[in-house]
Structures are given as structure tokens and as C-alpha cells.
Write a protein that binds this ligand. Structure first.
Ligand code: 5GP
Length: 204
């Protein structure tokens, strides 16, 4: 059997720094396929269709749900977000590790469907600091900031459902911890197949 990639799920409140950690951490980790989510949220000025998200209207998104094309999906502060299944499975089948980002509801769906998925939670040092970061970002109006903070509190309360937690206080430390999690998971002896053990046993 060909080796399959590892599925990593990263969850954490918006504004906590998931993208910053990912961009800083992934280049040193070799081949990691980042799954680009679909969303009905309006595109921000800094975002591009197909780079941060696939931006779709509601009808298109609902069509993807009906076609069972999403590994998970959830509603978040008035919009839908979901992970297209096909690209994730294609990457895993090629032996590539896959990283996807979902909020809590989606993370639970992934774990239910793929029990081997490695669940990673990115936490702020405090809710007060998260609020400062969300305001500093300036991408959401006050109502949305409040809704995102309510959601963040609920997610943080569920942190023990995740195998790992990375607190994003000092960015460099968070990046190193994130990398350590990926490397440790790759190093699990249970992931070795017979051929790999045989290769290590070679004496010539
Ligand atoms: P934002 O609007 O700030 O980009 O994202 C809002 C929330 O949606 C964040 O918590 C983010 O992690 C989550 N999110 C992003 N992509 C997905 C996805 O594919 N599925 C789910 N369930 N949540 C997602």
C-alpha cells in the first residue's frame, strides 16, 4: 500500500493568527498541501479568489453541499464555509500531508469522518488580546467583531477536544510549536510501513 499523507486540522478564532503562523511555519516543513476553503463570505480587498478562499454565492455553495462535495461545512457569523473534499483526498492519496482550516463545528465533522485526523487548536493568550487583534485588523464592523468574540469563547471552551494547542502569544514560539507538532506526528513509528522498516534494516 502506498503511504498516505497525514490530515491536519487547524482551528482557532478569526484574528488569532492562523494564517500568519501557517505562512511562517510551512516553508520549513517540506511538502504540505494547504486546502483552500469555499465560502460565501464577501471577499476582502486583500484577498483573491482561489488563493485565500473560493468565493461563491449561496446557491453555488448549496449546490456543493447537495453534491456531497464538501468534507465539512458550517455557518460562521452569517456565512458558510466548507472544505472541498476532492482536492484533499487527491493530495492524501499522493502521500502528501494536508492542512486544513476550519472553525469548531467543521473540525468536529472532520474528526467524525476521519478519526485519524490530527487536531490542532490555535489559542490567543487571552480573549482580551484577541479582541485587540480583531479591532486592529479593521476588517469587521463592531457587530461582527462581537459575534466573532462570542464564537471564539465557545471554541476556546472546547480546546480539550483537540490533541494539540498552540498559544499564539510570541509569534516565533507559536511557529516553532506548530512545526514541532507536524514533525512529531510525522515521526510516529506507527506510520512506518513494512517497506520502510525493511529499508532501515538494510545492511549493504
Ligand atoms: P474568516 O472570515 O475570518 O476568514 O474565517 C472565519 C472562520 O471560518 C474562521 O474561524 C476560519 O477558521 C473558519 N473557516 C475557514 N475556512 C473554513 C472551512 O473550510 N470550513 C469551516 N468550517 N470553517 C472555516
Amino acid at each position: 500500500m502506498e503511504p498516505r499523507g497525514i490530515l491536519f486540522v487547524m482551528t482557532g478564532a478569526s484574528g488569532v493568527g492562523k494564517d500568519t503562523i501557517r505562512h511562517a511555519a510551512v516553508p520549513a516543513l517540506g511538502d504540505v498541501y494547504y486546502s483552500i476553503s469555499a465560502t460565501t463570505r464577501p471577499r476582502r480587498a486583500s484577498e483573491q479568489h482561489g488563493r485565500e478562499y473560493y468565493f461563491h454565492d449561496r446557491a453555488t455553495f448549496e449546490g456543493m453541499i447537495r453534491a456531497d462535495a464538501l468534507l465539512e461545512h458550517a455557518e460562521y457569523v452569517g456565512d458558510f464555509y466548507g472544505t472541498p473534499t476532492a482536492a484533499v483526498d487527491a493530495a492524501l492519496a499522493m502521500g502528501r500531508d494536508v492542512l486544513l482550516e476550519t472553525e469548531l463545528v467543521g473540525a468536529r465533522q472532520v474528526k467524525a469522518k476521519r478519526p485519524h485526523a490530527v487536531m490542532l487548536f490555535i489559542a490567543p493568550p487571552s480573549l482580551a488580546e484577541l479582541e485587540r487583534r480583531l479591532r486592529g485588523r479593521g476588517t469587521d464592523d463592531e457587530v461582527k467583531i462581537q459575534k466573532r468574540l462570542v464564537r471564539a469563547r465557545d471554541e476556546i471552551r472546547a480546546v480539550r477536544e483537540f490533541e494539540y494547542v498552540v498559544v499564539n502569544d510570541v509569534l516565533d514560539d507559536a511557529v516553532r510549536t506548530f512545526q514541532a507538532v507536524i514533525r512529531a506526528e510525522r515521526a510516529r513509528s506507527a506510520r512506518l510501513d513494512d517497506r520502510q522498516v525493511a529499508a532501515i534494516l538494510r545492511e549493504d
